[in-house]
Design a protein around this ligand. Structure first.
Ligand SMILES: Cc1cc2nc3c(=O)[nH]c(=O)nc-3n(C[C@H](O)[C@H](O)[C@H](O)COP(=O)(O)OP(=O)(O)OC[C@H]3O[C@@H](n4cnc5c(N)ncnc54)[C@H](O)[C@@H]3O)c2cc1C
Length: 287
């Protein structure tokens, strides 16, 4: 199928994109990699008045180290994250997550900004933002606005972006010495959306894990911070207690990928696996 008739305009820079968007009205959409938006339009699952194509704004396809922060432009593609030395060094969770997204053809076009603005609860990158304490940078007519990742994902396919606000970048604190990150997911087939997934970060100390962050995806309406399990691990409680705490943290629903009961089970399996990844031990505790 083809989309319903709509207008199309290509923006040359961020200011131009915002002006074109105002002109086209609130029912026009930003077109980035098009991997979610165009599929929805072609299947007539979504209808929009027009498209503002930002895909050629080169200044938004950047990865820069700015002090203690890795700043990644909104048009950075999933494949760029896979290949970047800066990402591998300073935000390894993103380098681990990117190859789990869909298939190479989609990763070649899909962008980090598109993934975050789309806010699919089963997507990898929103959970990475939550686990890594990222800040989302948006730009509207009034200038730039910074939104903590924990406030950004507000519901199923919903974000804290205001009308006519463009997501222009994300800012991620760089990995500090002694801290580790790990990403795991379980999908029916390679490239499918995950039945459940987990992005984790923690300081690995001889006394145990500290400042633990556990951000699940595919198990709620938006990425979920497993606060009770995090607190159990921070307090040095056994892994089994952290697993049990997930029953309080997570309230998944059945979906096309798996039943709620299956997702609860997989969340615990994933916890064991990321703890082993973080610590390099089978027990999930520093040796
Ligand atoms: C078969 C298939 C499998 C997939 N599997 C996965 C998967 O396993 N995991 C996963 O995470 N994703 C998956 N995706 C989605 C893919 O990763 C998309 O690339 C991503 O969701 C959207 O990025 P995009 O750049 O293509 O955005 P687009 O499709 O261009 O846009 C998506 C939405 O975000 C808005 N938007 C885009 N950029 C901005 C911006 N800078 N500011 C404000 N709004 C913006 C658009 O208006 C639109 O509403 C899959 C897609 C397909 C088709």
């Amino acid at each position: 199928m083809k989309p319903a008739p709509l207008s199309y305009a290509r923006a040359s820079d961020v200011g131009h994109a915002l002006a074109l968007w105002r002109e086209a009205g609130p029912d026009a959409r930003i077109l980035a990699g098009g991997q979610s938006l165009l599929a929805g339009l072609n299947l007539r699952l979504a209808e929009v008045d027009g498209l503002i194509d930002i895909s050629r704004i080169a200044s938004l396809r950047t990865i820069d180290l700015v002090g203690d922060t890795l700043r990644i432009g909104a048009l950075t593609r999933h494949a760029d994250l896979e290949r970047s030395d800066l990402v591998a060094l300073h935000a390894p969770a993103l380098a681990q997550a990117a190859p789990l997204i869909a298939h190479p053809a989609i990763r070649t076009r899909g962008t980090i900004g598109g993934s975050l603005a789309y806010a699919d609860p089963a997507a990898e990158l929103p959970a990475c933002m939550l686990a890594l304490d990222a800040v989302i940078v948006a730009q509207g007519d009034g200038g730039e606005r910074r939104i903590a990742a924990r406030d950004f994902f507000t519901g199923v396919f919903e974000t804290g972006l205001e009308p006519f606000e463009l997501l222009i970048a994300v800012e991620i604190p760089v990995l500090r010495p002694g801290r580790a990150q790990a990403v795991r997911e379980l999908a029916r087939r390679s490239g499918d959306y995950a039945m459940a997934g987990l992005v984790a970060a923690a300081d690995v100390t001889p006394a145990g894990l500290r400042d633990v962050r556990l951000a699940y995806f595919g198990v709620g309406g938006s990425p979920v911070l497993a606060r009770a399990a995090m607190a159990a691990l921070d307090a040095g409680r056994p892994v089994a207690e952290a697993e049990a705490a997930l029953d309080d943290d997570l309230d998944p629903s059945d979906d096309l990928q798996a039943s709620a009961a299956m997702k609860r089970h997989l969340a615990k399996v994933l916890l064991r696996r990321v703890l082993a990844d973080l610590t390099g031990t089978e027990q999930g505790r520093p040796a």
